[in-house]
Design a protein around this ligand. Structure first.
Ligand code: TXA
Ligand code: MG
Length: 315
C-alpha cells in the first residue's frame, strides 16, 4: 500500500482511486476533485460527515480561476507571497465545482502545497485534488506514511488506492485557513502561517473568526487521542507540579515540553501525541507555548486534543 511511485499515484487518482499524499503540513487523503464518486469515498474512509467541506489542492496559483469566482485582489496578493505553502484561502466557488467537495457551501477552500512529490502529482494529473487530513474523523492528523497506514490502511483498497510516502511532514500542523469572502478577511484556523505574517503581507488587520464555527477544525474536540488524557498547562513549573501530584495518586504521567523550539514542537506534535497514546501512560501533561506565531497553532491543537479524551468523550 505504501509506495514512492509518483506515476502510480497519478494513475490511481485518474482511475478514481484515493491516494494519501505527503504535504508540508500533514498527509492528505486525496481524490480527483473533478470525480464526485471518488470524492464521496474520501468521506466514507474518514468517517467524516458530508457537510464538512474539503480543501482543493492545486499545482499552481494560476489555477485559482478554474475553481473560484470574484477573487479579490488580496487573494492574488496572498497567493504570490504564501503559495506554495501552508495557507488555505476560502473563496467563492465556481458553480461547476461538485457539491460533494464543498458540502454544498457557496465557498471553496484552495491551497497550493509545497511538497515536491505532491506538486509533481498535481502537475501530471492536470486537475485539483480534494483532500482532508488522512486520519479518521476527529482523530490525530498523520505526519508520516506509517501514521496513515495505521489509521486507515485497513479501510483503503489495495487494488485502487495508494499511500505515497514522502517522508515526515516538514511543518507538522495544518494550514492556516483565511476566509477572503468577508471584509476584512477572517482567520478561521490558526496554522503554520501566523496571522501576524498575513497581516504584514496584506497590510490590513485581520479578524479572528467569531460567531458559529465555519470550519470543522474549529470544533472544540478534534485531534483527539483515544486513550491517554491530555492535560495542557501554562508554564514548566505548573506542569512539573501537576505531574508530581498525579504520580502521587499512582498515575503514569509524562510531561511534554518542547517550548524551547516551536518549529520542532510543531514538527513532532502529532507523533508525540500518537506515541503517548500508544504507550502505557494515563496522562500527558503538555506545556503550552506562548500565544505568539506558531505558538497559536500548537496551543489550538493541544487544547482540542484535551477537549476529547477518555474522560471527556465526543458526543
Ligand atoms: O494543511 C492542511 O490544510 C491539510 C493538508 C492535507 O492540506 N488539510 C486539512 O484538511 O487539514 P481538513 O479537511 O482536515 O481540514 C480542513 C478544514 C476543515 O475544518 C473544513 O471544514 C474547512 O477546512 N473547510 C474546507 N473548505 C471549507 C469551506 N468552503 N468553508 C468553510 N470551511 C472549509
Ligand atoms: Mg483534519
Amino acid at each position: 500500500m505504501i509506495s514512492t511511485d509518483v506515476d502510480r499515484a497519478v494513475e490511481r487518482l485518474r482511475a478514481g482511486g484515493l491516494v494519501a499524499l505527503p504535504t508540508e503540513t500533514v498527509y492528505g487523503l486525496a481524490a480527483d476533485a473533478r470525480q464526485p464518486d471518488a470524492v464521496a469515498r474520501v468521506f466514507d474512509v474518514k468517517g467524516r460527515p458530508t457537510n464538512h467541506p474539503l480543501i482543493v489542492h492545486l499545482a499552481d496559483p494560476g489555477l485559482i480561476d478554474e475553481w473560484a469566482v470574484d477573487v479579490p485582489e488580496a487573494a492574488w496578493h496572498l497567493s504570490t507571497s504564501a503559495w506554495p505553502g501552508p495557507l488555505t484561502m476560502l473563496l467563492n466557488r465556481r458553480v461547476d465545482v461538485a457539491d460533494v467537495v464543498t458540502g454544498g457551501l457557496p465557498t471553496i477552500g484552495l491551497r497550493v502545497p509545497s511538497h515536491p512529490m505532491t506538486r509533481d502529482v498535481l502537475r501530471r494529473l492536470g486537475s485539483g485534488v480534494a483532500a482532508p487530513s488522512a486520519n479518521r474523523f476527529g482523530r490525530i492528523s498523520p505526519t508520516t506514511a506509517e501514521h496513515v497506514l495505521a489509521d486507515i490502511g485497513e479501510i483503503l483498497d489495495p487494488e485502487r488506492d495508494l499511500i505515497l510516502d514522502g517522508g515526515a511532514c516538514e511543518i507538522g500542523v495544518e494550514s492556516t485557513i483565511v476566509d477572503l469572502t468577508v471584509t476584512p478577511p477572517q482567520v478561521l484556523r490558526a496554522g503554520a502561517i501566523a496571522a501576524d505574517d498575513l497581516q504584514r503581507i496584506l497590510r490590513i488587520d485581520l479578524e479572528d473568526a467569531s460567531g458559529p464555527s465555519r470550519a470543522s477544525g474549529m470544533l472544540a474536540s478534534h485531534y483527539a487521542p483515544s486513550r491517554v488524557v491530555v492535560m495542557p498547562v501554562e508554564g514548566r513549573q505548573a506542569a512539573a507540579a501537576l505531574a508530581t501530584t498525579r504520580r502521587g495518586r499512582g498515575e503514569r504521567v509524562a510531561v511534554l515540553d518542547r517550548t524551547d523550539d516551536l518549529v520542532v514542537a510543531a514538527h513532532l506534535l502529532y507523533a508525540d501525541l500518537r506515541e503517548a497514546d500508544a504507550g502505557l501512560l494515563d496522562a500527558l501533561v503538555v506545556v503550552l507555548p506562548p500565544p505568539r506565531g506558531l505558538g497559536h497553532a500548537i496551543r489550538d491543537r493541544v487544547l482540542k486534543a484535551a477537549a476529547t479524551t477518555p474522560t471527556n468523550p465526543p458526543g
